[in-house]
Design a protein. Sequence first.
Length: 118
Amino acid sequence: MLQVRRGDIFNVNFGTRAGHEQEGLRPAIVVQSDFHCDLATLWVIPTSTRAHPDVDYHVPVTIQGQRALALIEQLTMIQRPRIKPENYLGHLTTEEMEEISDMMRIFGGLDPHYGLRF
């Protein structure tokens, strides 16, 4: 089985989606904990190269020298077979992953500084 770690980036085919959901082949960041990365499913965040200046929850990242945005609101689960070794693009820096983790806590209503929302 392919070793996958939190912060790994893979090209993933998201197929056809609805509305504003990201579709097609695009880089996705694994955000699942390393402890759970051997499960049949993985949590990933798709990325985009198009800037959305009015959105403050997109996190800038660098993928193979190119600037991209991690679309926190697009967190999704995929089946592990969609991750293929030949589609590996790299690994985010510790700082980038910390920023993504912080924004996931804020966006998910789990950061006490922003108030827990239920």
